[in-house]
Design a protein around this ligand. Structure first.
Ligand code: AMP
Ligand code: GLY
Length: 424
């Protein structure tokens, strides 16, 4: 198979690493990729939202499978673009249609879908600039804290959790009337606050059958003890100790199966990964959000725990034969710790030389935001590296990643010292 992988983060480096191990791989291309993905294939300097350029590469290079990493090209309809094009429609695309990607692209769409198919989630109401007063009345009936969500994609910043009623009403106005989140906030979902423990569950589906991948827990806040601003993710662990077999059965029966069946019943084509952002409240699972892609940095612990050939699974997705494919997992635990640029998620400097990468043993270093200049590797983003290790337990995996991090240096590097500490 000739494969094109779209994206440039740690998720894509981990996917490239895994794809490169497949006996079915003829050649891997990554667009745009990063300094780490180069070790597994050829980086192409293409913007993932420039579908014309993606098409040209696919045809010129004889690519037969396209794997879409991030949500933006999915929400923009890359899968539909391939389907509608005579020259591209035979190419396998791992990534759902534009309509299916609305599960991530519109909170209101996701909530309506869950209520229709009885999928457990927080109670909610949706409001627009025309009915702000109804939003106020809805807030008055709820208990603090108040959860307000911009309907559309808002770069992970569109969720507000507010303790004071008046502040919540003000925030509702600033999103709906003053367009605090731009067009993403044309509608606001107000939700009941769920108090519990979060985890991420991933499924790969061809639209009919599905395979559940190992679950993970991600650490989103910049500061230790889950404090400070939200980031793209500062670390992750897999498995999640509090997700026992009974709880996982509930997730499958109450959430995964109704989701796959619901998509089918709606006539929504879904081929790719579904990311269930879940919360455990008194032993019961609830959906906080859906994403139409793998998580980052969760991929950096989930994919290392997949033993099966990933191209087998991708072929199963493309040809609707996923049910015939075998999937096996590694019993070992995996942990990843993300090294970020000092200042991130606010202003930070890029272009710092990264030292020590070749001295790391006992961990895999996935690049999240790097470029290269000859043999020199430089930081090029907020999240720079994800340092992943295996262990017979999470404790051992974490210890290894923290030891490896000591070998790596770049100016103003920062990382959380407490990844996994709450669950081990
Ligand atoms: P989302 O973008 O929907 O995943 O929300 C971002 C974060 O806000 C989640 O990871 C949760 O930590 C928190 N959150 C969202 N919705 C709720 C809710 N209904 N109750 C409690 N926390 C929530
Ligand atoms: N780690 C959370 C996400 O990928 O959205």
């Amino acid at each position: 198979m000739k494969v094109l992988l779209l994206g440039s983060g740690g998720r894509e480096h981990a996917l490239a690493w895994k794809i490169s191990q497949s006996s079915q791989l003829e050649k891997l291309y990554i667009a745009p990729g990063n300094a780490g993905t180069k070790a597994y294939g050829e980086n192409l300097d293409i913007d993932v939202l420039d579908f014309g350029a993606v098409k040209k590469a696919v045809l010129d290079l004889g690519i037969n499978t396209v794997v879409v990493g991030p949500e933006a090209p999915l929400v923009a309809g890359i899968s539909d673009y391939f389907e509608a094009d005579e020259e591209l429609k035979s190419i396998g695309v791992v990534g759902p249609s534009k309509e299916a990607s609305m599960l991530e692209g519109s909170k209101d769409f996701a909530k309506q879908f869950m209520s229709k198919y009885n999928i457990p989630t927080a109670k909610y109401g949706t409001f627009t600039r025309e009915n702000v007063q109804d939003g106020d009345a809805f807030l008055e009936k709820m208990k603090a804290p108040y959860v307000l969500k911009a309907d559309g994609l808002a770069a992970g910043k569109g969720v507000l959790i507010i303790h004071d009623l008046q502040e919540a009403k003000d925030a509702l106005r600033s999103i709906l009337l003053d367009e605090k989140f731009g067009a993403a906030g044309a509608r606001v979902v107000i939700e009941e606050f769920l108090d519990g423990r979060e985890l991420s569950v991933f499924v790969i589906t061809d639209g009919d059958s599905y395979k559940i991948l190992p679950e993970a827990k991600d650490y989103k806040r910049i500061g230790e003890g889950d404090t400070g601003l939200n980031t793209g993710g500062m670390g992750a662990v897999s498995p999640v100790p509090f997700a026992d077999a009974t709880f996982k059965d509930k997730i499958e029966n109450q959430i995964i199966i109704p989701t796959i069946k619901g998509l089918k019943a709606e006539g929504i084509r879904y081929k790719g990964f579904i990311f269930f952002g879940l919360i455990q409240v008194k032993g019961e699972p609830y959906v906080i959000e859906y994403n139409c892609r793998m998580g980052d940095p969760e991929t950096e612990v989930v994919i290392p725990r997949l033993k099966s050939d990933i191209l087998e699974l991708f072929e199963g997705v493309a040809t609707n034969t996923l049910s015939e494919r075998d999937v096996q997992f590694d019993d070992r635990s995996a942990a990843t710790v993300v090294m970020v640029s000092g200042g991130y998620p606010e202003a930070y400097e890029k272009g710092k030389v990264i030292y020590g990468l070749n001295t790391v043993s006992g961990s895999m270093v996935f690049h999240a935001g790097t470029t290269s200049d000859g043999p020199t590797i430089l930081s090029s983003g907020g999240r720079v590296l994800a340092v992943t290790s295996y262990g017979k337990s999470l404790e051992v995996a974490l210890e290894r990643s923290y030891k490896s991090i000591e070998q790596i240096e770049f100016e103003k590097a920062n990382y959380r010292k407490d990844i996994g500490a709450d669950v081990v």
